[in-house]
Design a protein around this ligand. Sequence first.
Ligand code: ATP
Length: 269
Amino acid sequence: VAEPALGTMGAAGITLADIGGLADVKKRLDMSFLTPLRNPELRLRFGKSLRGGLLLWGPPGCGKTLIARALAGELGASFYEIGLSDVLDMWIGSSERNLRDIFATARRNRPCLLFFDEIDALGQKRSHLRGGGSAMRGVVNQMLAELDGATTDNEGLFVLAASNHPWDVDSALLRPGRFDRTVLVLPPDAEAREAILRLHLRGKPAERLDLARIAKVSDGMSGADLALVCEQATETAMEESMATGRVRPITQRHLQDAVKSVSPSIGEW
Ligand code: ATP
């Protein structure tokens, strides 16, 4: 039997300030997630429990994973990212065991934020497990038991999930006390695109750049597309630097050329 896929782990190293745009999302997460966690006395006073997880949904590349990492950073928690399709094993019972091991490891590393990407992989409709829907039911039940923490203590364990296809997420996972709070992570508007570009160019040698202009002509681009634009512009500047033997800054032209070469991925969603 293959080792369970434990995903990537480590200190998150980033905070909400490292995310461009998404002002409403950040505000909501601060109020409904971080503030109660940081104020246990107030939580107790209002009888607010910490049960349940948070589901982030929206098109690919718009910052769901980044948000999860930033929340871990804000909480000083270790961070585990799990691609759920990696957990699923065609052998009945193995997927449940994989999931149990993941939660056990996360609990040993508390405070820990566990982030399940592709939570829709647990949806019955997409089941590829031997035994089909009924085998998947076992995995969903295992997930519910772990989230409930009925037999274990989940203090210091934060569970987040993400999906590009929330309509495929098993409805049992969305009931109260489970992934009952949903946060929509939308593609960036022009202002957010400018902020994302600025973040990705931070600290690099650059001439005076009109990023608002680049933001204007990059409609339909996700944060991941914009990161690629910055990477390409950086590479061109580096190539020129190597060719001339001195540091050549990133220019407006580098960015304009890069924008033209990257195709916007929003719209395919
Ligand atoms: P998927 O659904 O494909 O898993 P995702 O929504 O989780 O996508 P991320 O992994 O968070 O997307 O984003 C991919 C990369 O794009 C990030 O590592 C980051 O470089 C960049 N990025 C996306 N959104 C933002 C943002 N709002 N601010 C800064 N960078 C961003």
